[in-house]
Design a protein. Structure first.
Length: 462
């Protein structure tokens, strides 16, 4: 991989992010009575998209918002401009990654809206989000935030609105935990503006339609597992190379499973919650491929996993897959609303690097230059550790972009233990483990779940 390309400046990136930051600062104090600094942020956003089809609508929206007279449609236009700018940053960063890896990316395909959703509920959600923009993050209180509750309750029973409802519910909960806004010492301006913009665009009819799906038949070769953990939920996302049965080009795909969890279940205990819902996790742990038959898949390469469409295949070493199949696989396309720098997670294979460790920071020095290692993303639910990464000679990871620099998140490494070459995987315990620490964590999780189920049963019997 040409790591030297990551050190080169991306034209226009700093300017685009500066325009986004200016608008985000305007949302902090709110747009009910904007001050000159906020007006400058709005003008900067409009100027940044002046050469695009959004120009006229965003210029009008910025003018109205700067005068404290913005309506819901104006806020939608501003959210669209902000999203478009971050989308352009995403595309520029992905172009650099394609150059560095030498792998092409699939072309995105436009899709027609599937149909109209409940207009009254979308309007209600848009109204609440507009109220948030007017009061600003410093002006939030429980009265403002609670306005989302009836909207979410009405949306959740409708499968077509559940995506937006889940986003609004989580966003409102995060804001409620931070009330009152005036007392906050630090405001996550970028994050809250991300959530606000995405939610506002999802209120546009057709924006939240389910992605177009097809089916695939062939062999799935896992590369590694990325674990996303929250206090009340956990997701395991398997990155893999798919080889179509018809002999067409290999492509990168993902398969994910998400489940709710009690906050007492952590570490290796997470797998017992996830494992029953996806046979692929056992295959990953055993180092096997999977044979798929008519498995549903989206245009963006996300497998809609159904165990009945998969069966266990032959042994498949992930590092053999990374060395042989990954270089010829096509990267997946990105849906328009998902084009954001934080969403970049591209599988890569690295070897022949030197490891440099400075306190807790690890850097891989490749022939083309250094590449930072994001050890904070290594899950505690597996045997992979920062120490194993520091002793490695080859790595399968996800290339990400964070805080202005490219980083690699390790999924698996090859290292030497007692003079023997071994592979250590972040998802090594996904299908079960004999490791003492893993067994202990799973037993603790089993006990916690049993107690919670007994208590829940007792409540239901009353």
């Amino acid at each position: 991989m040409r790591a030297d390309l990551f050190a080169e400046d991306v034209t226009g990136l700093d300017e685009a992010l500066a325009a986004v930051d200016g608008f985000d600062r305007a949302l902090v104090a709110g747009l009910l009575r904007p001050q000159p600094a906020q007006t400058a942020g709005l003008t900067g956003l409009a100027h940044a998209v002046s050469g695009t089809p959004l120009a006229a609508r965003v210029a009008e929206a910025a003018e109205k918002a700067g005068g404290g007279a913005a309506g819901e449609d104006h806020f939608v236009a501003l959210a669209a401009a902000r999203t478009a700018l971050l989308g352009s940053v995403h595309d520029a960063l992905m172009t650099r990654i394609e150059e560095a890896t030498g792998r092409p990316c699939e072309e995105t395909t436009a899709r027609e809206p599937a149909g109209l959703q409940a207009a009254n509920l979308l309007t209600a959600a848009r109204s609440w989000l507009s109220d948030l923009a007017r009061c600003g993050w410093q002006g939030i209180d429980h009265d403002v935030v609670s306005g989302a509750a009836p909207v979410v309750s009405a949306m959740l029973p409708d499968p077509e609105l559940r995506r937006l409802a889940t986003l609004l519910d989580g966003f409102a909960a995060e804001l409620a935990a931070s009330c009152p806004g005036v007392s906050l010492e630090r405001i996550p301006a970028r994050r809250w503006a991300d959530l606000w913009s995405r939610a506002l665009l999802l209120t546009v009819p057709g924006a939240a339609d389910a992605p177009t799906t097809g089916t695939v038949t062939g062999r799935l070769l896992p590369l590694g597992v990325d674990v996303h953990e929250h206090a009340t939920a956990v997701q395991a996302q398997v990155h893999a190379v798919f080889e179509p049965a018809d002999g067409t080009t290999r492509r990168l795909v993902r398969a994910a499973i998400s489940v709710p969890k009690p906050d007492t279940v952590v570490g290796a205990g997470l797998w017992q919650l996830l494992r029953p819902h996806m046979s692929l996790l056992t295959a990953v742990s055993e180092g096997r491929s999977m044979e798929l038959t008519d498995m549903p898949v989206t245009a963006e390469g996300d497998l809609i996993w159904r165990d009945e469409h998969a069966r266990r295949g032959e042994p498949a070493d992930v590092f053999a897959t990374a060395r042989v199949a990954l270089p010829t696989a096509t990267d997946t396309a990105t849906a328009p609303l998902d084009r954001h720098p934080a969403r970049i997670a591209v599988p890569v294979f690295l070897e022949g690097y030197a490891v440099h460790k400075d306190d807790d920071a690890i850097t891989f020095t490749l022939p083309g230059g250094p590449l930072a290692v994001d050890t904070d993303r290594i899950p505690t639910a597996g045997p992979l550790t920062p120490e194993a990464v520091a002793a490695s000679g080859a790595c399968i990871g996800l290339l990400r972009w964070d805080a202005g620099t490219y980083r690699v998140q390790p999924l698996a490494v090859e290292t030497t233990v007692r003079k023997k070459a071994v592979a250590i995987h972040a998802g090594g315990w996904a299908g079960g483990t004999t490791d003492k620490a893993g067994v202990k964590a799973e037993k603790a999780a089993t006990d916690a779940v049993a107690v919670l189920r007994e208590r829940a049963g007792r409540l239901l019997r009353k």
